[in-house]
Design a protein around this ligand. Structure first.
Ligand code: NDP
Length: 338
């Protein structure tokens, strides 16, 4: 049972040396009377929040630390190979929290979602049909309360969450502009995902001026994925009664000292509501989301791009790549194909 462990707590920017592929326990058994399952892992998800679990914590985080020597924990798509849970049988497909290893013993299978649409590509359950897709859906619809005619700005717009948030905003009838870190990604926003426009933030001298150019009358909704200078520029460009859905601040995850936004007084001047959210609070809405999203995908209303690394050994480099923008679309790792 090959597995990837955290070798040491990460400080600053993560490196491949912080993780290591090693051999793990070979006999995983379900204790009689428990609701445990043994999973064969097929696809593992690389998600920015995982960086937060790899540090020794002084700052509050919404997920507990991974301790050095332990297997890395993350979302994945898996097949049940042994089960003590009455609703899961051998051969069922699930998504949820698992380990970065070939086989995982999950002590309580109630944390897993059974996959009801196995006709869809299974890897989609790490992204558009899994946690990131639900994040985009609740962030845009429930937190930001998007409605027809809104002007929407999405940062990290070609990524797992951003590409779906932008397309859902288009389906709602919004004007949508995204930012991304390469011309290739900006091109995808416009040609593949149907955004109205997009820009490469790395080529802009002045982000405030860039946003003024794309939103001369201001932004109704900022779907925030990056924080830092982009948040500050967005704050200056919000419209009266705008909404900022605080999804993530990836530009700050590797900083020892958070930068903090300087233009928060815009919230008062423009009467803007800025609200943070964590997707796990919305897991109860997963089935409704899954049906909606499967419908959009089958109807060709949502396009989706993923970036697949082959093999468990590639997982560390794939995860690190999120912080340099190496990934084009949703980053995942294929461990086995059924
Ligand atoms: P992505 O697929 O978007 O990958 C991360 C991307 O972030 C990179 O490709 C890169 O794109 C961009 N990025 C990396 N470093 C920086 C930087 N310093 N400045 C600006 N952009 C940077 O990841 P996800 O879609 O999975 O996640 C997007 C955001 O959503 C993250 O902040 C994440 O933490 C958050 N999130 C929050 C959840 C919640 O419950 N609140 C749940 C899931 C995700 P580029 O080339 O464009 O720079």
């Amino acid at each position: 049972n090959r597995r990837v462990i955290l070798k040491r707590y990460v400080t600053g920017f993560p490196s491949e040396d912080d993780m290591e592929a090693v051999a793990g326990a070979t006999h995983l058994v379900v204790a009689p009377g428990s609701t445990a399952v043994v999973l064969k892992n097929l696809y593992l998800s690389c998600d920015p929040y995982m960086r937060g679990r790899m540090s020794k914590h002084e700052r509050p985080s919404y997920v507990p630390d991974i301790v050095p020597g332990e297997v890395i924990v993350g979302f994945g798509v898996s097949k049940v190979v042994a089960s003590g849970h009455p609703d899961l049988k051998v051969g069922d497909l699930v998504w949820g929290l698992t380990g970065w290893e070939e086989y995982t013993l999950v002590p309580d299978a109630r944390s897993l979602f059974k996959i009801s649409h196995s006709e869809m590509p299974l890897s989609y359950y790490t992204g558009v049909l899994g946690m990131p897709g639900l994040t985009a859906y609740v962030g845009l619809c429930e937190v930001a309360k998007a409605k027809k005619g809104d002007s929407v700005f999405v940062s990290a717009a070609s990524g797992a969450v951003g590409q779906i948030a932008g397309q859902l905003a288009k389906l709602t009838g919004c004007y949508v502009v995204g930012s991304a870190g390469s011309d290739e990604k900006v091109n995808l926003l416009k040609t593949k995902f149907g955004f109205d426009d997009g820009f490469n933030y790395k080529k802009e001298q002045d982000l405030n001026a860039a946003l003024r150019r794309y939103f001369p009358e201001g932004i109704d909704i900022y779907f925030e994925n990056v924080g830092g200078a982009m948040l500050d520029a967005a704050l200056l460009n919000m419209r009266v009664h705008g909404r900022i859905a605080m999804c993530g601040m990836i530009s700050e995850y590797n900083l020892e000292q958070p930068q903090g936004a300087r233009n928060l007084s815009s919230l008062i001047v423009k009467r803007v509501r800025m609200e943070g959210f964590v997707v796990s609070d919305y897991f109860g809405e997963y089935r409704r989301f899954e049906e909606d999203m499967v419908g959009y995908l089958k109807g060709g209303k949502i396009a989706y791009i993923e970036d697949v690394a082959e093999g468990l050994e590639k997982a560390p480099v794939a995860l690190i790549g999120l912080f340099t923008g190496r990934n084009v679309g949703k980053q995942l790792v294929a461990v086995a194909r059924e």
